[in-house]
Design a binder for this molecule. Structure first.
Ligand code: PLP
Length: 360
């Protein structure tokens, strides 16, 4: 049988494994931080109607500049942004790939602060960029001092800051982000995939954009927006940075169907985001109950909770799975991660966990 080793694969891909969160058909899937609430029926009908109108024109290539989508994304983000400041692609993973294609690549480096989103190192490898896993402070926090020292040491071409961070939930404060920006000549990306789940009053790094042309803020419709299956991620930055991404995207990368669906969803922002408060409540409930059970949940601004104090993560993961509940072993010793689900999904998780925890 032919294996990867028999193929003339690029050297830096040898020994790599693809991104592979398990996709299992279970009653309660809380493993990839999706919004587990379905799209409201009325919005779904409007999305279908917009797609239906689009289908007849599929003989033509889509709007390469996805102008209608960029206008709506700018309006949603506020902060004085216009369509010129916006970019989008098939998920923020593709947006990040565009950033690396434009600003990283062979002979260049990407600095992140581990543990962080597992796709960063995979995207780096895919584009022959050297991944540098930087270090954090205690409790996965990242102070300006700790971050700046590593930026000065490594002088990376690109820095990826995940805030709030996946898989830990830890936010990075704006002073730290500004200090990192000042310490590098490279591009600084803040991945705010989970920004909508932060406590009310939390400032987005979008507020740092004026006067910082090398700062790029990445967002996604996959999480709070309940649109993971549609594959729509986006980014806000200085128009010059957007021009750089145009150099590396494939022509017509966003299909007319994707644009139509995303535009329709953004015309119903309030309804699409209606469940965010409920999800934050379920997250807080998980944190409180985990503490009661003797686990150590970490500070989180996301829709998920990383918790320590797990004697045997693989055994607990398997025992929950046997009860139809899928969570995530993110490879941090003594830890597991769970996404906040609907109220009943969260109850199912907490009840199963209580039954399995001798500590209670
Ligand atoms: C889920 C997630 C994304 C979103 O990826 P999409 O490609 O937009 O679905 C991006 N960054 C982080 C840190 C995530 O956890």
């Amino acid at each position: 049988m032919t294996t990867l080793d028999d193929l003339p694969l690029r050297d830096n891909l040898r020994g790599q494994v693809p991104y592979g969160a398990p996709q299992l058909n279970v009653p309660v899937a809380l493993n990839v931080n999706e919004n587990t609430h379905r799209i409201p029926e009325a919005v779904a009908h409007d999305i279908v109607a917009r797609i239906a109108e689009t289908v007849i024109g599929l003989n033509r290539y889509p709007d390469r500049e996805f102008s209608g989508l960029r206008e709506r994304l700018a309006r949603y983000l506020g902060h004085g942004l216009t369509a010129e400041n916006l970019w989008a692609a098939n998920g923020s993973n593709e947006v990040l790939q565009h950033v690396l294609s434009a600003f990283a690549g062979p002979g260049r480096t990407l600095l992140g602060f581990a543990p962080t989103y597992s796709m960063y190192s995979l995207l780096a490898a895919g584009g022959d960029t050297t991944w540098i896993p930087g270090l954090r402070d205690d409790e996965y926090e990242l102070s300006a001092e700790t971050a700046v020292a590593q930026v000065r040491e490594h002088q990376p071409n690109v820095v990826f800051l995940c805030s709030p961070n996946n898989p830990t939930g830890t936010p990075i404060n704006l002073e730290t982000i500004a200090a990192i920006y000042d310490a590098t000549d490279g591009v600084v990306v803040v991945d705010e995939a989970y920004a909508e789940f932060a406590p009310d009053g939390t400032e987005s790094a979008l507020s740092l954009l004026p006067g910082r042309p090398r700062l790029l803020i990445s967002r996604t419709m996959s999480k709070a927006f309940a649109f993971a299956g549609a594959r729509v991620g986006y980014l806000a930055a200085d128009p010059a940075a957007i021009d750089a991404l145009r150099l590396v995207r494939l022509p017509y990368h966003l299909s007319a169907l994707t644009q139509a669906a995303a535009e329709a969803a953004l015309d119903h922002t309030d309804e699409m985001l209606a469940m965010v408060d409920d999800i934050r409540g379920q997250r807080d409930r998980i944190v409180a109950r985990l503490s009661e059970l003797g686990y150590t949940p970490h500070r989180t601004h996301s829709n998920f909770v990383l918790f320590g104090g797990v004697e045997d993560p693989q055994a607990l993961f398997t025992a929950l799975l046997e009860r139809g509940i899928l969570i995530r072993d993110v490879g941090i010793p003594g830890h597991l991660r769970v996404s906040a689900g609907t109220e009943s999904e969260t109850t199912a998780f907490l009840e199963a966990l209580s039954a399995l925890s001798s500590k209670a």
